[in-house]
Ligand binder design. Structure first.
Ligand code: MG
Length: 282
């Protein structure tokens, strides 16, 4: 595959990703797929979905886990509802994660990913160790399916993420780096964070955002790629310096016609920067 194949975060059924039809129109070679709801994860449906992407000439590079009951309404709600952190939902969501790993295997995909939720920054917090243990279980299960497990960035600092990866201690644990999330959640300068966790980055989201007035207390604002505070060219050059040649997956967390237009513009921006940075032309 070419260096930095462009991709789009895609949903089938519910979800904030672009539709398969929209992705086909864009002509991109890869997608990350938001895991569809349970009724679409049967072996028969998985075979159908695999065929649809194959016929479109699109490679699914990562299957993203999401769970009923998650809400990104504001930062305190994310703390309460997202990922494997809420203790009362952990067992059920672990089971769902294993089913999504099996679904990804049926699609022939070698990575699953997740917003695991707000990991306590203090490893002495009584909530910390159980999250390490559940992450180990996800790693071991996905390893048996021949997969990596990618942690989406944003909710913790780079240092917190590195400590967590070390404490989980599994070779198939990796990072899906989303530079905009570092800004949206107020968890640190995205380029500095990327340099720190770079050796673990196996997939990325190309997404942009503007800092909030009070970072970490309120959301920053997600904006079209190239219009925010990430510095997309610097982001890409840093990825190159780190030796990352994997997909550049565009994520735009709005819906409708504006989402389509913004993603199409992002594809053009990434194609231009890729040609400039690698010194090849189109
Ligand atoms: Mg993301």
């Amino acid at each position: 595959m070419e260096k930095w194949p462009i991709g789009v975060f895609t949903s089938i059924g519910a979800g904030l990703g672009a539709s398969l039809e929209a992705v086909k129109e864009l002509g991109v070679p890869t997608v990350q797929l938001h895991a569809p709801p349970k009724e679409l994860r049967t072996p028969e449906k998985a075979a159908e979905i695999k065929q649809q992407f194959a016929e479109a000439g699109i490679t699914v590079t990562v299957v993203f886990c999401g769970f009923p009951g998650e809400s990104y309404a504001d930062i305190p709600t994310v703390r309460k509802t997202v990922g494997l952190v809420p203790p009362e939902l952990r067992a059920e969501r672990l089971q769902t994660t294993k089913e999504i790993s099996d679904f990804a295997k049926a699609l022939g995909v070698d990575a699953i990913a997740m917003h695991i939720g707000f990991i306590p920054e203090d490893p002495a917090d009584p909530g910390y160790r159980p999250i390490v243990e559940v992450a180990q279980e996800v790693c071991d299960y996905s390893q048996a399916n021949g997969q990596r497990f990618h942690l989406e960035t944003g909710q913790e600092t780079a240092e917190g993420l590195l400590r967590f990866i070390h404490d989980v201690g599994r070779d198939n644990l990796a990072v899906n780096f989303d530079p905009a999330n570092m800004i949206l959640y107020g968890s640190g300068n995205p380029i500095e964070a990327l340099k720190k966790v770079g050796q673990y980055v196996k997939s990325v989201h190309c997404k942009d955002a503007k800092w909030a007035a009070r970072p970490g207390e309120e959301w920053g604002e997600e904006v079209p790629l190239g219009e925010g505070d990430v510095g997309i060219e610097t982001f890409l050059r840093t990825l190159k310096d780190l030796g990352y040649e994997g997909p550049l997956t565009i994520e735009r967390e709005i819906t409708g016609e504006q989402q389509k237009r913004d993603i199409a513009a992002a594809v053009k921006l990434l194609e231009r920067l890729r040609a400039e940075i690698w010194g090849t032309c189109c």
